[in-house]
Design a protein around this ligand. Sequence first.
Ligand SMILES: Nc1ncnc2c1ncn2[C@@H]1O[C@H](COP(=O)(O)OP(=O)(O)OP(=O)(O)O)[C@@H](O)[C@H]1O
Ligand SMILES: [Mg+2]
Length: 260
Amino acid sequence: MALLEVESLSRRFGGLTAVDNLSFSVEEGAIHGLIGPNGAGKTTTFNVIGGFYRPSGGRVIYDGRDISGMATHAIAALGLVRTFQATTLFHELTVAENVLVGCHLTARSGLLGVILGAGEERRRDAETRVGEILAFMGLDGLAGDPCANLPHGLQRALGLAVALAARPKLLMLDEPFTGMNPEETRRMMDLIRQVRDSGVTILLVEHDMRAVMGLCERITVLNFGGLLAEGGPEAIRADPDVVEAYLGAPVREAAPCFSK
Ligand SMILES: Nc1ncnc2c1ncn2[C@@H]1O[C@H](COP(=O)(O)OP(=O)(O)OP(=O)(O)O)[C@@H](O)[C@H]1O
Ligand SMILES: [Mg+2]
């Protein structure tokens, strides 16, 4: 069953069509890739799905309901949560405090209520949840550390932990592997699989082709805002249109970034 259906979605900025009549669907329980060259419209697609931008045309159906044009917090409250291309942590807060913020992103009384001491019971529940998430992500030994002291790979893992705190059913990840060394990449791949295995569907935007090919069962390729190709990793890797879109010139053999 499809958890997310994007139907003829468009988003224009003045004369520029960033997302162009795009349709694809994400099966429940999948790790689904959304790839394409720089400027192809991947982040804009996330922004429209997540309610940060209104669609110029088309619809987004999530969990059987039309969420097109709904407010971001209402969409997040339904379990559709995203991470951002750049890290958006609070560097002056500790690791645990950052995850606590995530717990309250979708809560009705909000973070302010927690800071002001409202809802003691809710606060204790949230603290328990923070502990569980940090343990799940292997970050529990760092709970009290200032976030600013974490190495890059752990900051990205913490970004994922913050998103998990909002209890996602569908998690959209925008380039979680950026700037990672091979060891950090392997670790993040394991974490993403672990999150999926815990029951969260994943929509992954990423330029690291090894990570995309290693993780995704299905891949949607964008070019100039529109659908270029869709299929399993083997088919996408071998698709000359996809390779050409990435390299900007026709090639006969798969480019190195598409090799195993
Ligand atoms: N708020 C905006 N106003 C005007 N143009 C925008 C806006 N957001 C995105 N764009 C344009 O839309 C196009 C798609 O951008 P988008 O950020 O979605 O690409 P992307 O596929 O995420 O690229 P990258 O891989 O570099 O992150 C680009 O031409 C970009 O300049
Ligand atoms: Mg982007």
